[in-house]
Design a protein around this ligand. Structure first.
Ligand code: AVI
Length: 363
């Protein structure tokens, strides 16, 4: 996915960072719109047609579907419910940890910091961090969903006295960083929620490398003074039974989150995919260091999609999502591969969840 990366190029109003070779063609596409009183940078790449992505995944030797398909309107609502189920410790543990440590993170980031949030969520965690930052320069949320981005950017602008500069883009593909009115002394990326866990280990390394390029002071922007930081939340390895229970919750909300992808494809692609022919299960896969969520085929059947026949054999599975877990040492190694050093790490008392404060290593 990120095979051809990584470079940062300083241009017009900031830095463009690219993680793939579609970079050059994207440069033509950015424009600024004013929406809901916010200056919105539009840099969204052309999306591949859904049917193409789905057929590619379902006709591969090991069937898979892109994990992003989980997040349509109903899926996003189900994800919010997942965050509240008893077994899913991640969200509440991270929030409690952020309540304790956001003051320390804010102090370390210092004055005049531009906070960039890829895949912005306007979450309580973001509120905590922004409130703890001394005189932040600006907040830059980045998201692929324009509506969601504007909604969350407006919410942050309502709650904080800060310049909010949303960027509509796929953060995995590179995007411009807007300039702001205040003097920017450094940039920081905030990547909470263990979203890094949804990338394979090699993609996660590339993504972190990309983040490192975004904060490095190699632009023409004379405002940027000191080197920035990448603040990442990740889920720690623990008892297999607890990790598996978090993704096989007894209320079946996570199962529904996955069946919803089947319903969505059946509807949007008008194909006869039937959720009743699949069973959901999430398993710890030691070799990958990840919980792998799959839909297992209960009975052999064939589904026609865009003129192609897709065969599902009983006993085979569709890989739906990976949730990688790290020990603090493994995460430090991953960061180092991306030219980032782990300056600090905080965990909750049980060591379930960690927030790492990473700084660029001199190269
Ligand atoms: C968003 N992400 C970090 C979640 C996770 O834990 O991998 C998505 C999720 N999938 C099932 N439950 C939660």
């Amino acid at each position: 996915m990120y095979a051809d990366l990584v470079h940062a190029t300083s241009l017009r109003n900031g830095v463009y960072v690219s993680v793939d070779n579609t970079f050059e063609s994207q440069l033509e596409q950015d424009q600024v719109a004013v929406q809901d009183g916010l200056q919105l940078i539009e840099f969204a790449p052309q999306q591949r047609p859904l049917i193409e992505e789905v057929l590619e995944g379902l006709t591969a030797k090991e069937k898979s579907l892109p994990a992003k398909l989980h997040y349509d309107q109903r899926g996003s609502m189900l994800f919010e419910q997942i965050c509240d189920v008893d077994e899913y410790y991640i969200t509440r543990t991270e929030l409690a940890l952020m309540r304790e440590i956001s003051g320390a993170i804010g102090d370390t980031l210092g004055k005049g910091c531009m906070l960039i949030e890829p895949g912005s969520g306007a979450s309580l965690k973001t509120d905590l961090l922004l409130s703890a930052m001394p005189n932040p320069a600006a907040y830059v949320p980045v998201d692929i969903s324009r509506d969601f981005l504007l909604e969350s950017a407006t919410a942050i602008a309502d709650r904080h006295d800060i310049e909010v500069l949303p960027v509509w883009a796929d953060f995995t593909k590179g995007h411009p960083i807007p300039s702001c009115e205040a003097v920017v002394r450094n940039r920081a990326i905030y990547f909470p929620g263990s979203t890094v866990g949804n990338f394979s280990r090699s993609d996660a390394a590339c993504l972190l490398q990309n983040f490192a390029s975004m904060i490095r002071d190699d632009s023409d922007d004379e405002q940027i003074g000191s080197e920035g930081a990448v603040v990442v939340g990740f889920d720690c390895k623990k008892d297999t039974s607890r990790m598996e229970a978090a993704y096989n919750d007894s209320e079946g909300v996570t199962a529904e989150f996955n069946y919803n992808v089947i319903d969505r494809l059946a509807q949007e692609l008008r194909v006869s995919l039937d959720r009743e022919k699949f069973t959901f299960r999430a398993d710890w896969v030691e070799d990958e260091g990840a919980i792998v969520s799959r839909l297992w085929v209960d009975e052999s059947h064939t589904v026609e999609m865009a003129g192609e026949k897709v065969r599902f054999e009983a006993g085979e599975a569709i890989r739906m999502e990976e949730s990688h877990k790290y020990t603090p040492e493994e995460f430090e190694t991953l960061a180092q591969q991306s030219h980032l050093g782990m300056e600090r790490i905080w965990t909750d008392d049980a060591g379930d969840f960690a927030v790492a404060y990473l700084r660029p290593l001199s190269v």
